[in-house]
Ligand binder design. Structure first.
Ligand SMILES: *Cc1c(COP(=O)(O)O)cnc(C)c1O
Length: 403
């Protein structure tokens, strides 16, 4: 089974709705193979008695980044199980191709290296970004140079050596939104990368709005169960070829078992995201009317991520939840809560956190599939543990400052 075989059968299929793609994309050939569940291929290498033919296939891959026909040569080039996940994710995002990596950070690193290999090391980026993405750009670990700006400043920040414009929308952790279509217009010829981890293709398909590169931490909603780490870039075939060459040379490959679990995760993605989003919107309504809450953040496009600033001590809230898991990460079937200034965005300089609108009082919650009444009961008792209403925090300035 080659990549090309399942890609071409997907191409010949009529356009199908997202919910249908979620359960069928990347599996179109299974019935012909006499299978129902996708096969999991754990091979690291593939036997061949024809070394000349293998040499030709390796040459073809090295010069073009096009995956060879026939069995893979070695698992760092390609894996058929991971290939199914890539095919499916590309279908869901509406792009030609997708290239999977060991984590979201490996995916972003590959994008930056791909651009740098073309001499384009300058990146224009909008805060906030996920803490480690901010760090990777800002520390210049891969030789990138970054100009931080707001969406309105992007056009002016672009230079001749700009290889990428990067945004997250809704952004981690404030859920701030960017108008992708307007921003894509400001980018001109420079590719726009949208980190679509929070929205998922269920709520937003950035490629249809003009983004050339769509990135996911697949660790989050795509996997959906908190038990698999991965990253993926959805893009046109031309950029995918460069990414495959970077992945082959730098080795940030996704494990095939992770590819299997991510493909399985995609099949319930629409149902999970819609159900958790409805619960999140309900919790947002309750929090907005709660005197212990200074401000609630929730994007216009909806979603299962919520964020809120408390009057009291956010550490007390983290310490008091019982049903909700106090942990970083997001997008699992169960609800998680964390304090961005302490954890997910700890690595970002405090002044840069402030520029990104990340208050020390902000809590970020990933709403899962639990019953809304059970979640609210846990959240409201935890808020009481960290409770200070506006008048109390005025009476006790040290308590307010401690947060
Ligand atoms: C978690 C996350 C990442 C990094 O992904 P990993 O899979 O943890 O490497 C990138 N972007 C966003 C928005 C994230 O939430």
């Amino acid at each position: 089974m080659t990549r090309n075989a399942h890609a071409s059968s997907a191409e010949s299929a009529p356009t199908r709705a997202l919910a249908t793609e979620a359960v069928h994309a990347g599996r179109d050939d299974l019935a012909e193979l006499g299978l129902h569940a996708p096969p999991l291929d754990l091979s690291t290498t593939y036997p061949s008695r024809d070394a000349r033919a293998e040499a030709a296939r390796i040459d073809a891959f090295a010069t073009t980044g096009v995956l060879p026909d026939g069995p893979p040569v070695y698992a760092r080039l390609d894996n058929p199980t991971t290939g199914r996940f890539e095919t499916a994710l590309a279908r869901l995002e509406g792009t030609d191709a997708a290239v999977a990596f060991a984590s979201g950070m490996a995916a972003l690193s590959a994008v930056l290296l791909a651009r740098a290999s073309q001499g384009l090391r300058h990146v224009v980026a909008v805060r906030p970004l996920y803490g480690c993405s901010d760090h990777l750009l800002n520390a210049g670990l891969l030789g990138t140079e970054v100009t931080w700006t707001d969406p309105a400043g992007v056009a002016d920040a672009i230079r001749p050596d700009t290889g990428l414009v990067m945004v997250e929308t809704p952004a981690n952790p404030t859920l701030a939104e960017v108008d992708i279509r307007a921003l894509a217009h400001s980018c001109g010829e420079v590719p726009l990368l949208v980190d679509n981890t929070f929205a998922t293709p269920v709520l937003q398909r950035p490629a249809e709005l003009g983004a050339r590169i769509v990135l996911h931490s697949a660790t989050k909603y795509l996997g959906g169960h908190g038990d698999v780490m991965g990253g993926v870039v959805a893009c046109d075939e031309e950029f995918a070829r460069t990414l495959r060459q970077v992945r082959f040379a730098t080795g940030g490959v996704l494990h095939p078992l992770a590819g299997y679990l991510l493909l399985r995760g995609l099949s319930t993605l629409p149902v999970r995201v819609r159900a958790a989003s409805a619960t999140a919107a309900d919790l947002v309504r309750r929090l907005a009317g709660d005197p212990r809450i200074a401000r609630v953040h929730y994007p216009r496009i909806g979603g299962a991520m919520i964020a809120f600033e408390v009057y009291g001590d956010p550490h007390d809230v983290i310490g008091a939840v019982r049903l909700i898991t106090p942990a970083v990460s997001l997008g699992s079937v169960d609800s998680l809560i964390q304090h961005p200034a302490s954890i997910s965005h700890r690595i970002v300089d405090p002044s840069d956190r402030r520029t990104g609108g990340i208050s020390d009082r902000l809590l970020r919650m990933s709403v899962g599939l639990e019953d809304v009444e059970d979640l609210w009961r846990d959240l409201t008792q935890a808020l009481s543990a960290g409770s200070a209403t506006p008048s109390e925090s005025r009476r006790s300035p040290e308590r307010a400052a401690r947060a």
